[in-house]
Design a protein around this ligand. Structure first.
Ligand code: DUC
Ligand code: ZN
Ligand code: ZN
Length: 488
């Protein structure tokens, strides 16, 4: 066979093992074969990995782009450009139902229309449900699964316009279980948080730092345990998103030990940043406001690393929910007449481009293995969300590759926001030192990022919409409850 591209001299890293001394032959956007000394013709491009790791293109399964509630964030172009420059080739973003929307079909259609022809990487869509009427849950969801390939929903247990009660969550679980789709849950106890915010405001404790105080770990742990209990009753797989603290992770691990279909996700900020980052002059702390918030003690960041290494966390996502600092409608919305009001600061951090380098740093520093890296950053998100043909460097899979520098080749460098390709005026990881970074990114065989020569060379509109299948990872597990059918 004549290959379009052959990649040589790399260490091919999959979630199960590494392959050394073999080439990757790419044809028509797919990995055609992996073998020793693959032939090249005059028309074959050859990429020399020079001994660096070759990992599957990143699958970032939790990304917010151009949602109606993040007006100063990235566009589809700038967000997905930054994804590709950070080694990510697939993003899963959110179409979000407004509580007044009676139907989610136009919500999805509009969001798909917004993305069409603009993405630099492949993309799929989750649906945020905030008004789960019978019509939406029983009639529309099955249509979206079948015809649009939307096989996951996200539910919020907190926030006023989005929060669902336990009964609503149970009703949704009946449907998601039947459809075999993944239910993502934002777990924080709304009432606890509301009460603390009111108290802090009465006391005048309103600087950005108090955002972390207002959302304590017990609020996350309680809601996590409650979500697990609802899932256990219904025997419905759920994924707890953006887990930030040790006790919440422990609830997930305990549930997994009981063989419940419970999955967990964490994000870069919970591996590296502590709540002291919310302090600082000139309202700078607002840059690190996210929910759940940054935690106070390194025990929590350590627990997040351990929970990746011991398999508690299934996925590692950016939760890129970027808001500019200096822009109308940005982070400074939390400054009212020059006075801070933390509860008005838009939530969320940028992180699409830095996600893989930050996790890879953990490999280089011996916190996790390269297999852990591939498992949570690519393979598991692809399996959990029904993205077939991605997340592994194997024949028949899309030729989505992230090629790293050989260890020791790259001079250590200090990250500056100006090096990134998002359209956000800061990164929370400014001034961190890196010793590696994605050198080349290939999307279905085409080079989209060449750090040494050309930088971003991908194409807006070059990304395909992915119609996802049901989860290859998450299914109901409890044999006894399997006998039980919802009474409708
Ligand atoms: N939840 C998210 O998933 N992202 C940003 C903010 C939030 O609360
Ligand atoms: Zn959330
Ligand atoms: Zn999010």
């Amino acid at each position: 066979m004549e290959f379009d591209t052959v990649v040589r001299n790399g260490i091919i890293a999959n979630a199960s093992e590494c392959i050394l001394g073999q080439d990757i032959g790419i044809k028509d956007g797919l990995i055609a074969c992996i073998g020793i000394g693959l032939p090249v013709s005059a028309s074959t491009s050859v990429i020399d990995a020079q001994g660096g790791y070759i990992t599957p293109g990143g699958v970032d399964s939790h990304v917010h782009l151009e949602q109606w509630n993040t007006p100063t964030g990235d566009t589809w172009e700038t967000g997905t450009r930054s994804a590709v420059c950070g080694g990510t080739t697939t993003v899963l973003c959110f179409a979000s139902q407004n509580q007044t929307d009676q139907s989610v079909l136009p919500v999805v259609e509009d969001y798909l229309g917004l993305a069409k022809g603009r993405s630099a990487c492949d993309y799929g869509i989750h649906l945020i449900l905030t008004n789960p009427t019978k019509e939406v849950v029983e009639k529309e969801l099955p249509l979206l699964v079948r015809y649009s390939g939307i096989t996951s929903v996200k539910l919020y247990m907190t926030y006023h316009p989005m929060k669902l009660g336990d009964r609503e969550i149970l009703d949704i679980m009946v449907a998601t279980r039947r459809l075999g789709i993944t239910t993502m849950v934002h777990a924080e106890n709304h009432d606890m948080i509301e009460l603390i915010i009111e108290t802090l405001e009465q006391r005048g404790q309103v600087e950005p730092y108090y955002q972390a105080v207002s959302r304590p770990k017990i609020a996350e742990a309680e809601a996590t345990y409650r979500a697990i209990s609802l899932s256990e009753l219904m025997d419905t797989p759920i994924l707890l998103v953006h887990v930030s603290s040790e006790l919440a992770a422990k609830h997930i691990r305990d549930a997994q030990t009981r063989m419940l279909p419970i999955y967990g996700e964490t994000c870069p900020q919970y591996l590296y940043l502590l709540s002291d980052r919310l302090r600082g002059e000139n309202f700078e702390g607002a840059k690190c406001v996210c929910s759940p918030p940054l935690r106070e003690r390194p025990e929590d960041t350590d627990a997040m690393w351990t929970s990746i290494a011991n398999g508690t966390f299934t996925t590692f996502s950016s939760d890129h929910a970027a808001t500019k600092f200096y822009a109308e409608g940005g982070k400074r919305l939390g400054l009212i007449n020059g006075r801070p009001v933390f509860a008005k600061i838009p939530n969320g951090l940028p992180g699409l481009e830095t996600r893989l380098p930050l996790l890879f740093k953990g490999v280089e520093e011996g916190r996790i293995t390269i297999q852990d890296f591939v498992r949570v950053a690519s393979s598991n998100p692809a399996k959990l969300y029904g993205v077939t043909r991605k997340g592994a460097v194997l024949p028949g899979y899309d030729a989505d590759l992230c090629i790293w520098y050989p260890t020791g080749k790259l001079e250590p460098f200090v990250l500056k926001n100006s090096m990134l390709h998002h359209d956000i005026d800061y990164t929370p990881f400014e001034d961190m030192t890196f010793t590696n970074w994605p050198r080349y990114t290939l999307l279905r065989g085409k080079m989209g990022w060449n750090r040494d020569d050309g930088g971003f060379i991908g194409k807006f509109g070059g990304g395909n919409y992915i119609k996802r299948t049901v989860s290859a990872l998450a299914g109901p597990r409890n044999v006894f409850v399997n006998e039980w059918r919802p009474p409708i």
